[in-house]
Design a protein around this ligand. Structure first.
Ligand SMILES: *Cc1c(COP(=O)(O)O)cnc(C)c1O
Length: 384
């Protein structure tokens, strides 16, 4: 008999989600910016310790809004780690600006600030960073590079790190913009969804306009203007109340979700160490122990081990995954950007990395099975 499949990720089902959805469907307000959008935005602000929160249809769209608010365009450059999700890059490419890809710190997967400093030129208009697994990027170093370059805006992609507190502040609140994703693979989800966090109040009015199809409807709803009309470039970046209702239920359960995910993460960290030492693998070890329990990664001894490790677990009904292919070597990355130089650490990290199943509600038995499968794996001799 095949063992029960252990998926890589499983969306959390928050209590009272169905009640909230039924309430929206039975009301006259299923479009955006209704009571559940307000409630979810307030909960998010509480988790983030403030900040002006605008819910969006995705994290990708929040990144796009940030690019538009910065009025990026052809001839401009944005510095970005090559080891990140493609959305951060495509949001820049959409404006015609050029991406300058830089390398990572080989222990965390986060951007290396020294490379950011080197990549900044007179054409640089922004720095975009991502807290991998919710382990904080050195925001003091990034902040001082941005200040030295005359106050460059910083986009903080915090899709992995909701609720994480660092020595530089709550993640998502430190840069000019914070970006959250509520895709159903993230700790908190709305099916698809996201949020733009404005940490600089002067962007608020234009952000509302861009999000509402280029109109000043938000001001109209607040009674600030007596009619609303088309005033600027925009799109439809606001989620429906259906998505907001699901998100509201998830955010209400945030502490429970995080406690459950951290318990799984802690078991991997505690019970895989001996195996890692034996085979020469490296476990995720965040500096200061700070992370969001969004993911648990293992760096295998060599790049030849990745496919075999994933296949060995798959044969036991366990889905492990790798990501990201370094963006500078991707077809679109070559078209829309260029690397600062050869980015050897991103390449090596991406070839050796595997991620283990991790979600809220994973049972002890499921975690046992993953740990048993991993600790039974040994590197092959053939490729060496
Ligand atoms: C998921 C993710 C995004 C994109 O978010 P969507 O809501 O799926 O558009 C952006 N950046 C990172 C690092 C992500 O993990």
């Amino acid at each position: 008999m095949q063992p029960e499949l252990i998926p890589f990720s499983r969306p959390f089902l928050a209590p009272a989600s169905l009640e909230r959805l039924t309430a929206v469907l039975g009301s006259d307000h299923a479009h955006g910016d209704g009571p559940f959008t307000r409630s979810a935005s307030d909960r998010l602000s509480t988790i983030l310790d403030g900040g002006e929160v605008l819910l969006t249809t995705s994290g990708t769209h929040a990144l796009e809004m940030a690019s538009r608010l910065l009025e990026l365009g052809p001839g401009d450059e944005v510095v970005l780690s090559s080891f990140t999700f493609s959305s951060a890059a495509t949001a820049i490419a959409a404006t015609g600006a050029t991406i300058v890809f830089v390398d990572i710190d080989a222990s965390t997967g986060n951007v290396d600030p020294d490379q950011v400093a080197e990549a900044v030129s007179p054409r640089t208009r922004a720095i975009s960073v991502m807290h991998y697994g919710g382990t904080p990027v050195d925001m003091a170093a990034i902040g001082s590079i941005a200040a030295d370059a005359g106050g460059l805006p910083v986009i903080e992609d915090n899709a992995h790190g909701l609720g994480v507190r660092s020595q530089w502040g709550v993640l998502g609140r430190i840069g000019t913009f914070g970006v959250q994703s509520f895709h159903d693979t993230k700790n908190v989800h709305a099916g698809e969804g996201g949020a733009l966090v404005l940490n600089d109040a002067h962007h608020r009015l234009r952000a509302e306009i861009i999000r509402e199809k280029g109109t000043n409807r938000s001001q109209f709803l607040r009674g600030a203007v007596d009619r609303y009309t088309w005033v600027d470039w925009g799109s439809s970046y606001l989620p429906s109340e259906l998505n907001a209702a699901v998100l509201d239920a998830q955010l209400a359960a945030f502490d429970e979700i995080q406690a459950s995910r951290h318990a799984v993460w802690d078991r991997y960290a505690a019970e895989l160490g001996e195996w890692a030492d034996l085979v020469g693998a490296t476990l995720m070890r965040p500096p200061g122990g700070i992370h969001a329990a969004h993911l648990f990664f293992v760096l295998l001894p060599s790049r030849h081990d990745q496919a075999d490790f994933i296949a060995t677990l798959a044969a036991q009904g366990i889905v492990a995954a790798f990501h990201y292919v370094p963006l500078d070597s991707s077809p679109a990355g070559r078209r829309y950007g260029r690397p600062l130089r050869e980015l050897v650490r991103s390449e090596e990290f991406s070839r050796r990395l595997v991620r283990l199943p991790l979600w809220a509600g994973m049972t002890t038995g499921q975690v046992d099975r993953v740990i048993d499968a991993v600790t039974a794996w040994r590197p092959g001799e053939a490729e060496r």
